[in-house]
Design a protein around this ligand. Structure first.
Ligand code: NDP
Ligand code: MG
Length: 384
């Protein structure tokens, strides 16, 4: 029996790479659900190629076009945010890959967990916003959350065979992004074109900007604490510009295990699908003759204020990570639309963190309201 995979966000960077993995191992996997937000033509092409059971376009205005284009095929066609939550609960679905971006991933992830579906989690924002709630739900429904983010997949791989051996420390590596060596002065001038050129990874626009500002690494600390049940103080961010060591775990005896590989997201995507097995692949291998240097440095939180703000959100807890996520989504989109400068993003985020209502023990409804309020506040700081 093939594993039936629901891909939320199949038209994105992770989604398309997941489809490559499925195609490569078509004897083992099948794309059961494909979804997109606006890219209807790409979704149509994917649906015609992979013939899934169902497709969803989140943007309801594109539904007629999608339906018409697939009318000759036996594919169920849905639209809207609610359909994303429904479609993951379908009985035959074996695993849900959350490859959509931002807060929009929260509700479908909860819905999938409640339907007892294992989650291959790329959508880190879900754990940033509501990690505690997701952890509790995953435990209640006995649902595994398999990390897709490369660092977290690395940590997960280091932990195989270590049941009962406590983690002393996680070494969470970071490339440092395209502006690692820039001065503060230089950062005042950087453009979105420069920020979109990540040195090692080709990813969607939002995460590429988050990597350039290092907000991504702050979010990954939050993601790691919930995935691996460690205290934030046990996670050390280590800048490693070559992106060869994807992260490491230090155990109580002082031994460190690391996972290495080329920067290629198909490896962690495939491992999330195949765990605990490993499947053969033709992905490029490391040639250590070509990468002689593996270097490390501490992150500069003076220069990368978003990382400092993320640490502050972790320290405050409660709904503060939800606030910072919403503010960052607004600031990030505004930067991509030339409405705020690179460093201006941190101002928007910091002011939103100061003004949004703080809740120490948020419920699900609190998260929804916090997200709305923080977006409203962040938007008010963006000059059009
Ligand atoms: P992309 O922007 O490339 O793709 C996002 C996908 O989600 C697209 O299919 C998009 O549809 C869909 N989408 C966007 N917004 C919505 C919405 N509101 N409702 C429904 N669907 C939506 O992102 P990435 O693939 O780069 O990233 C996906 C997730 O994976 C993010 O959370 C990111 O942090 C995480 N991640 C990504 C990595 C990477 O290498 N790319 C690495 C590690 C983590 P459409 O195409 O129609 O816009
Ligand atoms: Mg990552």
């Amino acid at each position: 029996m093939k594993k039936k995979i629901a891909i939320l966000g199949s038209t994105g960077s992770i989604g398309t790479q997941a489809l490559q993995v499925i195609e490569e191992h078509s004897d083992l996997y099948e794309a059961y659900v494909l979804t997109a937000n606006h890219q209807v033509d790409k979704l149509i092409a994917q649906a015609r190629k992979f013939c899934p059971e169902a497709v969803v376009i989140a943007d309801e205005s594109l539904y007629p076009k999608l339906q018409e284009a697939l009318a000759d095929l036996p594919i169920k066609v849905y639209c809207g945010a609610e359909a994303l939550c429904q479609v993951v609960t379908e009985d035959p679905v074996d695993i849900v890959l959350t490859a959509l971006v931002g807060f929009a991933g929260l509700r479908p992830t909860i819905s999938a967990i409640r339907a007892h579906k294992p989650i291959a989690l790329a959508n880190k924002e879900t754990l940033v916003v509501a990690g505690e709630l997701i952890d509790a739900l995953a435990a209640e429904y006995n649902v595994p959350i398999l990390p897709v983010d490369s660092e977290h997949s690395a940590i997960f791989q280091c932990l195989v065979g270590e049941i009962g051996n406590p983690i002393e420390k996680i070494l969470l590596t970071a490339s440092g992004g395209p502006f690692r060596t820039f001065t503060k002065e230089q950062l005042t001038q950087v453009t979105k074109e420069q920020a979109l050129k990540h040195p090692n990874w080709s990813m969607g626009a939002k995460i590429t900007i988050d990597s350039a500002s290092m907000m991504n690494k702050g979010f990954e600390v939050m993601e790691a604490r919930w995935l691996f049940g460690v205290k934030p103080e046990q996670i050390e961010v280590l800048v490693h510009p070559q992106s060869i060591i994807h992260s490491a775990v230090q155990f109580e005896d002082g031994a460190i295990k690391a996972q290495l590989g080329m920067p290629d997201m198909r490896i962690p995507i495939q491992y999330a699908f195949s765990y605990p097995d490993r499947l053969r692949s033709d992905f490029p291998r490391i040639d250590f003759g070509l990468c002689r240097q593996l270097t490390f440095e501490h992150p500069d939180t003076e220069k990368f204020r978003n990382l400092a703000l993320a640490f502050e959100a972790i320290r405050r807890g409660g709904n503060m990570p939800c606030i910072i996520n919403a503010a960052n989504e607004i600031a990030n989109a505004a930067f991509l639309h030339d409405e705020v400068s690179f460093l201006g993003m941190s101002d928007v985020i910091e002011q939103t963190m100061q003004q949004a209502s703080f809740i120490q023990k948020p419920t699900f409804d609190d998260y929804m309201e916090t997200d709305r309020e923080a977006r409203r506040i962040a938007q008010s700081f963006i000059k059009k």
